[in-house]
Design a protein around this ligand. Structure first.
Ligand code: G3H
Ligand code: 13P
Ligand code: ZN
Length: 330
């Protein structure tokens, strides 16, 4: 049993309070390997941004939870070595059982998400409350979820959004004791968030997806003023990455994300945490595909993972500065 405090990590409490007051969102970037972690930490140190390092169930299966925890511990030391101390949270993304959350808390995670959104309302309340009780006894913060995002969430596929019902949030937050709440207002996971037929076109023929349901967000904010809200599925799916991937042999179809202007607007509201994973995958894949095309004789992984890491860092710096507004807040 190790406490996150011994590892130099922090929970989300103060981070979200500052984000709420400062009208920005803290980036929550998923990582599965060394290069992603290096890109996230160096980008956030360089932009002086707080950061949440997220580990999904898929990441745990791929990379091993213990190794990822040591990587996060290394991230704290790495940030210091880069010359600027930033607050770093190690967060479990989409935890689905009490046992999983407990295991992460016991090995040094400073924050966990218990995603009971696929259960009935009462089951979600009971499961979330149980996690909160254990987590709070260890100073760990908890994110709950109300509403279901359309698309794929781990192995669960939802055909349609189930938007968060604002009339449920007060009851959920008070009965469970969660520290933040993930909501469903029209985002979804992955690189195919909208079908082209759901979109309109601007004067240049660029597809414009339907706007997020800011009316629901505002209603939620009215119900629980000053309470930290989390936005999942917030990749913008940069078209230059999609184009590069497809130019160099990829086959991505109908890849449409959330426009940056919508995310900027969300970041200025009670949304204190914005989750981004797919954009990082696209940035790395675009870079690796281009390197393989341009340098077919290259077979040293550092020669293609290095440029991919650089591209990833550039993208995260852009997000912190231009989209989430977290740059300069650490
Ligand atoms: O919320 C989902 C994240 O993008 C993590 O995805 O389970 O494939 O690692 P993953
Ligand atoms: P994206 O697939 O839009 O990057 O969302 C990631 C996410 O919500 C992780 O929990
Ligand atoms: Zn998510």
């Amino acid at each position: 049993m190790v406490s996150y405090k011994e590892l130099g990590l922090v929970n989300t409490k103060e981070m979200f309070q500052k984000a709420m007051e400062g009208k920005y969102a803290v980036p929550a970037y998923n990582f599965n390997n060394l290069e992603q972690m290096q890109a996230i930490v160096s980008a956030c140190v360089e932009t002086k941004s707080p950061v949440i390092l997220q580990v999904s169930s898929g990441a745990r299966k791929y990379a091993n939870q213990t190794l990822l925890r040591y990587l996060a511990q290394g991230a704290v030391e790495y940030a210091k070595e880069l010359g600027y101390e930033i607050p770093i949270v190690l967060h479990l993304d989409h935890g689905d059982t009490f046992e999983l959350c407990k295991s992460c808390i016991d090995m040094g995670f400073s924050s966990v998400m218990i995603d009971g959104s696929h259960h009935s309302y009462e089951e979600n309340v009971a499961l979330t409350k149980k996690v909160v009780e254990y987590a709070h006894a260890h100073g760990v913060t908890v994110e709950g979820e109300l509403g279901v995002l359309a698309g794929i969430e781990d192995d669960v596929v939802a055909e349609h959004h189930v938007y968060t019902q604002p009339e449920e949030v007060v009851d959920f937050v008070t009965r469970t004791g969660v520290d933040s709440l993930a909501i469903s207002i029209g985002t979804s996971h992955g690189a195919n968030k909208f079908k082209p037929e759901q979109c309109t076109r601007d004067e240049n023929g660029v597809l414009i997806p339907p706007p997020l349901r800011f009316d629901i967000l505002e209603e939620i904010e009215k119900q629980i003023p000053g309470f930290p809200i989390v936005l999942h599925g917030a990749s913008s799916v940069p078209q230059e990455y999609v184009d590069t991937i497809n130019k160099y042999g990829g086959a991505l179809k109908d890849s449409i994300g959330i426009p940056e202007s919508q995310l900027r607007k969300a970041a200025q509201s009670a949304v204190c945490k914005i989750n981004i994973d797919s954009d990082g995958r696209l940035a790395m894949t675009a870079s690796v595909r281009k390197t393989f095309h341009d340098q077919p004789a290259e077979f040293d992984p550092r020669k293609y993972l290095g440029p991919a890491r650089d591209e990833l860092k550039k993208m995260y710096m852009h997000k912190n500065k231009e989209v989430l507004g977290s740059a300069g807040k650490a």
